[in-house]
Design a protein around this ligand. Structure first.
Ligand code: PMP
Length: 392
């Protein structure tokens, strides 16, 4: 082999900064991981049973490309009852292999080479690479701590150029937990409408909002025709391994997305779709129980972090806290590295979620209170030790 066979746009993409800490932590004993972005709960039993049952009944073949019609009908009902937005299950919904595939297909559907996509950072690590792989150009806009990590319409407007095609928004947000209120979404929506952009609204954490339920961008007046809603079963129903998500949006966009999906994926896994059907029909109580537990853990962790001097706002949703580590004098990478080596607690340095994440770390509280308690003790010891060492 005398040359690299790799495409340039793949070579240009860096591996996710989260992976590095997983790999380091997996080689150590007695590590408490606050690094992973997934529920510690096992999928509710009735969902597992429904999936088993579908296999026993012989549902082992492909489904329709867009997913089981029954499931699309149930998703449509859920979206209407929850967010008051109606989608035709026949042509406005697509069941995907996780929200991850939904993001990828949505971007490949709407982007021409060189189109700019505004990405609000700190954010989920996939958006930028997915935009680049689709031939687009990611343009970062920083949500900052002084506005509780919420983007303002002025910031969005300032990032728009004649090449801007789309914006990716995520509320509740990973990694900050920030939730945009209906008024805040409306203000951003006005700018989006004015400049005729399309929105990818990642609403995968909507069910995990702790005050009022997070609003859907599609429910804001005038936005449904330009919004691609991305969601899925991974987070609220503790189904990360099932790989099941969905997209809701305008007919034309969904037809084009389904075309790509048809050629590249065929359909999402059939047994997982049967599980998801049960999750939507009879999963409410389980979601409520898990959410109660997340709320308790969130309150516990936010209090502990603030008490040890790592200032942290109370996130409105998802299962992450994003405390500042600036008082320690460490960069977020140094903090995460030393904390792992010295106290065996894995967190994710904020910079991996975008430049404005520097000075912060992401801790997932999707783990038991017992583990969280021990992790907070270790972190406090770490912070005390380093702040004492730094004194003159
Ligand atoms: N969007 C966000 C904001 C996420 O945090 C994640 C998972 N970490 C995903 C999408 C992908 O979820 P899925 O498991 O459905 O692919």
């Amino acid at each position: 082999m005398t040359r690299s066979y790799l495409a340039k746009q793949v070579q240009d993409i860096k591996p996710s900064g989260i992976r590095k800490f997983f790999d380091l932590a997996s080689k150590m004993d007695n590590v408490i991981s606050l690094g992973v972005g997934e529920p510690d709960f096992v999928t509710p039993w009735n969902v597992i049973e429904a999936s088993y049952h579908s296999l026993e009944q012989g549902y082992t073949a492909y489904t329709a490309n867009a997913g089981l019609l029954e499931l699309r009908e149930e998703i449509s009902k859920y979206l209407y009852e929850t967010f008051n937005v109606s989608y035709n299950p026949e042509n406005q919904l697509l069941v995907t292999v996780g929200a991850s595939q939904a993001i990828d297909v949505a971007l490949r559907t709407i982007l021409d080479q060189g189109d700019e996509v505004i990405i609000v950072e700190p954010c989920f690590v996939s958006y930028g690479p997915a935009v680049s792989l689709a031939g687009g150009v990611p343009v970062s806009v920083s949500a900052t701590a002084d506005n509780a990590f919420k983007i303002t319409p002025e910031q969005v407007e300032a990032a728009i150029t004649p090449r801007t095609k789309a914006i990716v928004l995520c509320s509740p947000n990973n990694p900050t937990g920030a939730v945009l209120s209906k008024e805040e979404l409306t203000a951003v929506a006005k700018v989006i409408e004015k400049h005729d952009l399309v929105v990818l609204s990642d609403e995968i954490y909507a069910e995990l909002s702790y005050d009022e339920l997070a609003s859907s961008m599609a429910a804001i007046e005038g936005m449904k025709e330009r919004t691609i809603v991305i969601s899925g079963f991974s987070k609220a129903f503790a189904m990360t391994g099932w790989r099941l998500g969905y997209v809701a949006g305008p007919v034309e966009i969904l037809a084009a997305m389904t075309k790509i999906h048809q050629y590249t994926i065929m359909c999402a896994p059939t047994m997982a779709q049967h599980g998801a059907l049960e999750a939507l029909r009879n999963g409410n109580d389980s979601v409520r129980e898990m959410k109660t537990s997340y709320r308790q853990r969130r309150n516990f962790v936010v209090k502990a972090l603030n008490e040890m001097g790592l200032s942290c706002h109370l996130p409105g949703g998802a299962f992450y806290v994003f405390p500042s580590i600036q008082s320690t004098g460490f960069s977020s990478e140094e903090f995460a590295q030393k904390l792992l080596e010295e106290e065996r607690v894995a967190v994710v340095p904020g910079h991996v979620f975008g430049e404005s994440g520097e000075g912060y770390i992401r801790c997932s509280y999707a783990t038991s209170i017992k583990q969280l308690d021990e992790a907070m003790k270790r972190m406090e010891r770490f912070v005390n030790r380093h702040s004492k060492m730094d004194e003159p």
